[in-house]
Design a protein around this ligand. Structure first.
Ligand SMILES: *[C@@H]1O[C@H](CO)[C@@H](O)[C@H](O)[C@H]1NC(C)=O
Ligand SMILES: *[C@@H]1O[C@H](CO)[C@@H](O)[C@H](O)[C@H]1NC(C)=O
Ligand SMILES: *[C@@H]1O[C@H](CO)[C@@H](O)[C@H](O)[C@H]1NC(C)=O
Ligand SMILES: *[C@@H]1O[C@H](CO)[C@@H](O)[C@H](O)[C@H]1NC(C)=O
Ligand SMILES: *[C@@H]1O[C@H](CO)[C@@H](O)[C@H](O)[C@H]1NC(C)=O
Length: 468
């Protein structure tokens, strides 16, 4: 009796053992590796953050979905911090690794070239940081943006200008694809509320401190006192240190910053933040969630010295999206065909065309999930924000003044019912207490007559309610 039980047990043990081995082997055989590329400025801190987020995203995604049949294999291309470098890296990845999609690059200038390469070879390009609206106008079906288009915030800026009744504003921006990109939509939005743009201040990315000072003095000698600043943080930091030195951070001045600076405020040092006291800013709003808290806790434990930015969250989500889209697109057609192998006018002609590209487009467009940076879903191949946070820089950091939402306009808290914009309403119904530049004790009127050296303050009737 005991012996037969023993054999019985033995038999079952082996049966299950072999069954299990066969099962796992079968699963491994069915795993298909899919090459994808990452074009990034290797060696920079933002690239380090992106690469770590990419790795964490893949590990998290595949460990929580072990049953999936595809695995992304990441190939890195170094864009060497320039436009040609990004193009060369993309060409190399497509030609030599036959990547089925490319994630990156960092800047809108780099993205411009890559979008054309991607369209030609049918390789989707997914950027998490190239925000210039001018990229949308290329209308490439192969370009996806796991981030916001900069122009999505112009309505929040318009609402702020309208709330305080300023009649003229001066845009201040960098003279590149990123800086100029926001201008058409900003101009249109301000025109809708009859706000005039008397002139623009364009700053070169490489501007010296002297060149910045010259521009600031010109601004000081004009009557408009409301400025909308759209530039990178490194330049903004130098710009505001100079602005304070020259006297443009005194009572009467109004500065509104786009999310280009506000989302990356932690990269500005104390001297820079000091110079920015009193500015208002529009900031990307990331909904709080348990997943996000856990991720941030893990991150600060693993990499205490690397700041996690909103772009890191988008990188993480973009990779999850790509992994989901590849899984859904299946594993047929993972080849490239050459459109015309005899012609080789340039590298671009010999690239070949990804057969997988057309299958990936619909699956990318369909992806929907709850990501670290909020609900992830492409609308016309880019993310669509419905909320921005409005902040005020005070002391060593920022204070939340309220939110701009697509539905309710400016509100102090997200749950708040919108106030109707009637004659009796006050800006204080919409935003929390603001510290203005120079700690001005009332809302700056937005203009003053500059005089040489000695400035004459002109009193204007205090406005109650809203301009019509
Ligand atoms: C990401 O993972 C790959 C292999 O899985 C590794 O080679 C690479 O060094 C990792 N990158 C970072 C930044 O950790
Ligand atoms: C800015 O400086 C870089 C090198 O520091 C140079 O390559 C580039 O041409 C300059 N750009 C402009 C607009 O002067
Ligand atoms: C802070 O940043 C500014 C501008 O980027 C720079 O000129 C300055 O040297 C920095 N200060 C410190 C203490 O690092
Ligand atoms: C993709 O593969 C399927 C099945 O193998 C085939 O029917 C289809 O024509 C292929 N599509 C392209 C674009 O090659
Ligand atoms: C095409 O490329 C081949 C090999 O790369 C080269 O030998 C040939 O000269 C090229 N033809 C033209 C027309 O450029």
């Amino acid at each position: 009796m005991g012996l037969s039980f023993f054999f019985f047990f033995f038999f079952f043990f082996f049966f299950f053992f072999f069954f299990f081995v066969e099962l796992t082997r079968g699963q491994n055989n069915r795993l298909t590796e899919v090459n994808v590329g990452v074009v990034t400025d290797v060696g920079t801190s933002y690239s380090d953050v992106s690469m770590l987020c990419i790795n964490m995203s893949l590990v998290d995604f595949y460990s929580s979905h072990p049953q999936l049949k595809t695995r992304l294999v990441v190939n890195i291309g170094d864009s060497r911090k320039d436009v040609i470098g990004a193009a060369a890296a993309a060409l190399d990845l497509i030609k030599n690794k036959q990547v089925k999609a490319i994630v990156g690059p960092w800047t809108s200038m780099q993205a411009h070239f890559l979008i054309e390469i991607g369209q030609k070879s049918r390789v989707p390009i997914i950027s998490y940081s190239a925000t210039s609206p001018s990229l949308t106008s290329l209308r490439s079906p192969y370009f996806f943006r796991a981030t916001y288009d900069d122009s999505s915030q112009v309505h929040a800026i318009k609402a702020i200008v309208k709330l305080f009744g300023w009649r003229e504003v001066v845009p201040v921006y960098i003279d590149n694809t990123f800086g100029e990109g926001i201008m058409p939509r900003l101009t249109d939005a301000l025109q809708e509320i009859n706000v005039r743009i008397p002139y623009r201040t364009v700053i070169s990315l490489n501007a010296t401190d002297t060149e910045i000072s010259v521009e600031l003095l010109k601004m000081m000698n004009m009557p408009t006192r409301v400025f909308i600043v759209h530039m990178y943080t490194a330049l903004a930091s130098r710009f505001f240190i100079k602005a304070k030195e020259i006297g443009l951070m005194k009572p009467g001045y109004v500065w509104i910053l786009t999310n280009g600076v506000m989302d990356d405020l932690s990269s500005i040092n104390k001297t820079g933040i000091d110079g920015m006291e009193g500015v208002l800013g529009v900031k990307t709003y990331i909904q709080k969630s348990e997943d996000l808290d856990n991720f941030k806790a893990r991150w600060s434990k693993l990499f205490p010295r690397l700041d996690m930015s909103v772009y890191g969250l988008w990188t993480y989500d973009a990779i999850t999206t790509l992994a989901m889209a590849v899984e859904e697109a299946g594993t047929n057609n993972l080849t490239f065909s050459n459109a015309d192998p005899r012609r080789n006018v340039s590298d671009l002609e010999t690239l070949g065309v990804s057969q997988y590209g057309p299958m990936l487009l619909p699956t990318l467009s369909r992806v929907r999930f709850r990501g670290l940076a909020g609900d992830f879903r492409f609308f016309n191949r880019q993310l669509q924000p419905s909320v921005f946070e409005i902040v005020n820089i005070i002391g060593t950091g920022e204070k939340s003044l309220g939110f701009w939402t697509e539905e309710n306009g400016l509100v102090k808290t997200l749950g708040q019912k919108p106030h109707s914009m009637n004659a009796l309403s006050n800006w204080k119904d919409h935003l929390k207490h603001i510290t203005w530049p120079g700690e001005a004790d009332s809302v700056p009127p937005g203009w003053e007559i500059p005089t040489n050296g000695k400035k004459l303050r002109i009193g204007v009737p205090k406005r109650t309610g809203f301009p019509v």
